[in-house]
Ligand binder design. Structure first.
Ligand code: IVH
Length: 675
């Protein structure tokens, strides 16, 4: 029976991956999204019924599994070097001269590729299966982010040719449209914007919750292959091999007989980069012949056979008309440059963040200055300098205001921090941002509570904290400007619906510093309800795997603040969800309930993630390292220092067999993996 089901699951997985490859790599889908989702749902259902049969290349892994608390560090099989950068033809001519001098009398051909502006990732394939994904880190070792990489649809979980063992490198990136959509939704939700697609890619890849990573729609291009028993002779053949295995390889590349052809490719790319659906920051020039590459060798940092030839950032000059202050939800005050509108790389710019007081002082920016704006990889333009010769005679150094522009309370600067803050919790500007955050889609999702309504509610003193929203009535709302009775009723309905949002979103909506959506969910899952959370000591908070001292401090400060007590009372009275529902409470009590486990060594019948997921599903927690708080260690083959530490501390150690038996007692049966 189980064999037949396993075969059915394998067939479904193969079918799904085929369609996935057609959609995400070849951009030539054969079936509709709905059909795909239905197949995926079929497989998910089978896996739910038979979790032990889930395969390590199951396409369901792409939707993201259980959160991890910390990424293990992994040492690269082959160190990940970086490239020398150059910005001028002169530098590239020098590179060409050095290469040819080192290979006297030989024919040298180059391959020029796009330099994708993302984050490097190393993929390890064994038996054609994706077994590991590791970030560059310091080049020697990086973070193991396999579960996150599996959510990237263009990364094959299994190569299309059997029996391959290889290291593949490439760039994870975010397409321009996905980046814009992400920032739009972050803006709506009052979250900090990402400066550019590269930053959002790096941030996404480091998220602890693979489900969130999946929602970020990252993509991948492969550009490097290390295959001990490989037969290819050139980089261009390597790329063809990668593509043949089903990996996405960028089609824009040129084989160049000499450096002049490289320059032609560079010019073409620079001219057309605006039309690409993703960011590039230059081209990469590589000696095509792999044997020549090997003989050229590398310096401590970079190979001598390749160089990055980067584009210059687009610049524009304009007048700085004024510097205004923006007050954020948590009181951080950010200076913003108001500029004479100017066209820069295709869009009109009239505002640019100046980050903080030090930044203004460092550049000695003055009202009236002619400033230089730059838009490099960054979508957000930066003020990078002042044209001093053009400074008006009347320009005086900028005096950072000493009072909040919204509430006039004195601004404070923590000597440890660069940020200036308004510490008045009743500051109307902060309150407005807090209300907008509370109403955001990922928080309480209150329809009809936009900035125009928020402004009036605060300015007319109708709302002093988010709890007051629930005391509003139709008459009051209909009395606001530009709010018809129908819209007022809509808002009341929206508030009513918000009473159903789960506890973690209420917690996120409160806008406690450093408590984003992911942390809120972790806190909600751990403490279950607001009472337990508000009573939690610093030690109890820090015992939650995702929670460090900064978050702990901020959560404690929030609940200790007497001014927040009436707010919490109002939320309670209004009937918001202040506990997770019973169904969310994990499995019935069992051996693993409430225990903190550490996994070490190689397990024969589970991937790390599967073992971790089993423990978490049974109400246990996973910690990255052994400490006094560890309740048990599951030790596989060749377990190392963690096992020693566990023995030293007298922590219970389970062998894989014992672990399997304990799982069986708790109702999870694992049969040996058919693979
Ligand atoms: S080859 C030895 N090819 O640029 C490094 N890199 O430092 C081999 N990059 O970290 C890199 N597109 O993340 C190569 N077509 C491409 C690339 C590329 C982007 C990134 C890579 C590397 C950085 C250069």
């Amino acid at each position: 029976m189980s064999k037949k089901i396993a075969a059915e699951m394998a067939a479904l997985a193969a079918q799904l991956e085929e369609h996935n490859h057609r959609y995400h790599v070849l951009a030539a889908p054969l079936i509709t999204d709905r059909k795909y989702d239905r197949l995926l749902a079929d497989l998910q259902e089978l896996e739910r019924a038979h979790p032990e049969l889930q395969r390590p290349d199951s396409p369901t892994l792409r939707v993201g599994g259980a959160p991890t608390s910390q990424f293990p560090t992994y040492r690269h099989e082959v160190p990940m070097l970086s490239l020398d950068n150059s910005y001028s033809r002169q530098d590239v001519l020098e590179f060409d001269r050095r290469v040819r001098e080192a290979l006297p009398g030989e024919l040298v051909e180059y391959i020029a590729e796009l330099k994708i502006d993302g984050v490097a990732l190393n993929l390890s394939y064994e038996g054609s299966l994706l077994v590991r994904a590791v970030t560059r880190g310091d080049g020697v070792s990086g973070d193991e982010v396999t579960a996150n990489a599996r959510t990237i649809r263009s990364i094959p979980l299994r190569l299309q040719e059997p029996g391959i063992r290889a290291e593949v490198r490439g760039e994870v990136y975010m397409a321009a449209e996905d980046f814009a959509a992400l920032n739009r939704s972050r803006e709506q939700e009052g979250e900090a914007l990402f400066a550019n697609p590269r930053n959002s890619t790096a941030g996404s890849l480091k998220l602890q919750d693979p489900r969130l990573v999946a929602s970020r729609r990252l993509r991948f291009f492969a550009y490097w292959l290390h295959q001990p028993e490989g037969k290819t002779l050139t980089q261009h053949e390597q790329l063809e091999t990668l593509a043949g295995w089903g990996l996405p390889v960028n089609p824009e590349r040129a084989r160049c007989a000499g450096i002049e052809q490289v320059f032609a490719f560079y010019d073409e790319c620079e001219a057309s980069r605006e039309h690409l659906p993703y960011d590039i920051d230059g081209i990469v020039v590589k000696v095509d012949n792999l044997d020549q590459q090997r003989r050229l060798g590398h310096t401590a940092k970079s190979p001598r056979s390749a160089i990055a030839y980067k584009f210059r950032a687009a610049q524009a000059r304009t007048r700085l008309l004024n510097i205004s202050l923006q007050v954020g939800r948590t009181g951080t005050v950010t200076p913003v440059a108001l500029l004479e509108p100017v066209l820069l790389a295709g869009s009109t710019v009239q505002r640019a963040t100046l980050h903080n007081e030090d930044e203004i002082r460092r550049r000695d920016l003055r009202k009236g200055d002619l400033v230089i704006l730059e838009k490099g990889g960054d979508v957000i333009p930066k003020v990078v300098g002042v044209v001093l010769e053009e400074r008006p005679s009347w320009a005086v150094p900028f005096q950072f205001p000493e009072h909040c522009p919204a509430c006039q309370s004195p601004l404070l600067r923590d000597p440890e921090e660069v940020a200036t803050r308004c510490e008045n919790p009743a500051c109307p500007a902060q309150l407005k941002r807090r209300l907008e955050h509370f109403a955001a889609r990922t928080a309480l999702d209150i329809e009809g509570l936009g900035p125009a309504v928020v402004d009036q509610l605060v300015d007319r003193l109708l709302v002093r904290d988010v709890g007051d929203l629930y005391d509003l009535d139709l008459e009051t709302l209909a009395g606001l400007e530009r709010l018809a009775k129908k819209s007022a009723q809509n808002l009341l309905d929206g508030l009513d619906r918000s009473l159903q949002r789960p506890f973690d979103r209420v917690l996120f909506g409160l806008g406690i510093r450093h408590v984003g959506a992911t942390v809120a969910l972790a806190l909600a899952r751990h403490f279950r309800d607001l009472d337990a959370l508000s009573r939690a000591s610093a030690e109890e908070l820090e015992a939650v795997p995702e929670i460090g001292p900064t978050i702990t401090h901020s959560v404690c400060a929030f609940f200790a603040n007497p001014q927040n007590q009436p707010l919490l009372a109002k939320l309670r009275r209004a009937g918001l969800q202040l506990a997770l529902p019973e169904e969310e409470v994990a499995a019935p009590p069992n051996f693993f309930t409430g225990k903190t486990a550490v996994l070490t060594g190689a397990l024969m019948h589970y991937t790390r993630e599967q073992a971790a997921a089993c423990i978490q599903r049974l109400g246990g927690r996973i910690a990255p390292s052994v400490s006094k708080k560890t309740d048990l260690v599951v030790a596989g083959e060749s377990a190392g220092s963690k096992l020693d530490k566990a023995r030293e501390l007298g922590v219970l150690v389970l062998s894989e067999e014992e672990f399997t038996a304990r799982l069986a007692e708790a109702g999870i049966v694992v049969v040996p993996d058919p693979l």
